[in-house]
Design a protein around this ligand. Structure first.
Ligand code: HEM
Length: 207
């Protein structure tokens, strides 16, 4: 769970950085989208790098969901009798919503791929330029709302996920706890703000 989580974190940071290029205008973003497809040529075929990344992400996703299922079953099996009174003591909202938040993210990713990769769902019109597609989509208020909700879910999932991965990988101790919690929150905030900057810049007519 922790290892595949780290892979997702690296992907999300790289993706967020790439999206920020949308703020530099059409040329910068369209060039970036083009470079992603010719990266590694001629050693790799056209879009070869993207396919390596896609396969890596799909394998990671299967392992991540499988680990989550095994862990949930183990947790439920550890206590066969229900608590009479169940109070959340010392847990965060982020930690209590890992399963539902994860499922919501999964739904979002399916929608997101249908929108930006396969272009099955076109919001705002159809365009050849990736930048024009991006801008037209986020001029639509309900799409912006879907992304805001998804990014908040991602931020919460990341906040607890980063903290949890540090425990699993054995890098934590009692003294480091405050620093680990602050780092997890900072990473989550950077990702949420970084992803939402371009859509809001578009919605407010800055891009
Ligand atoms: C505000 C948030 C986001 C925006 C505006 C955004 C935008 C985009 C765009 C424009 C593309 C198409 C890139 C291209 O074809 O050149 C894309 C692809 C993709 N995005 Fe996002 N994205 C966001 C968040 C996320 C998140 C949170 C994830 C996953 C956790 C994600 C996963 C992906 C994946 C897997 C692809 C497909 C890559 C491929 O197979 O071609 N995105 N995104």
């Amino acid at each position: 769970m922790a290892v595949t989580g780290v892979i997702f974190l690296l992907f999300v940071l790289a993706h967020m950085y790439g999206n920020l290029k949308a703020l530099s205008g059409q040329q910068a973003f369209d060039d970036y989208a083009h470079h992603l497809r010719v990266l590694g040529e001629p050693m790799l075929p056209y879009s070869g790098f993207l396919w390596v990344m896609r396969v890596g992400l799909i394998v990671s996703l299967v392992l991540h969901v499988w680990s989550a299922t095994v862990l949930t079953r183990r947790k439920r099996g550890a206590r066969t009798q229900k608590y009479t009174v169940k109070k959340a003591v010392g847990s965060t909202l982020s930690s209590r919503t890992m399963m539902w938040g994860g499922l919501a993210l999964l739904l979002f990713i399916v929608f997101h791929i249908l929108q930006f990769t396969t272009l099955t769902i076109e919001v705002g019109g159809s365009f050849d330029s990736p930048h024009e597609r991006f801008v037209a989509a986020f001029e639509t208020w309900w799409l912006l709302a879907i992304y805001v909700v998804a990014m908040v879910a991602l931020g919460m999932h990341l906040r607890h996920g980063v903290w949890s991965a540090v425990q699993t990988l054995g890098w934590s101790n009692r003294h480091r706890q405050p620093a680990i919690k602050a780092t997890a929150l900072a990473i989550a905030l950077v990702v949420v703000v970084g992803f939402l900057l371009p859509p809001f810049a578009i919605a407010f007519g800055i891009v």
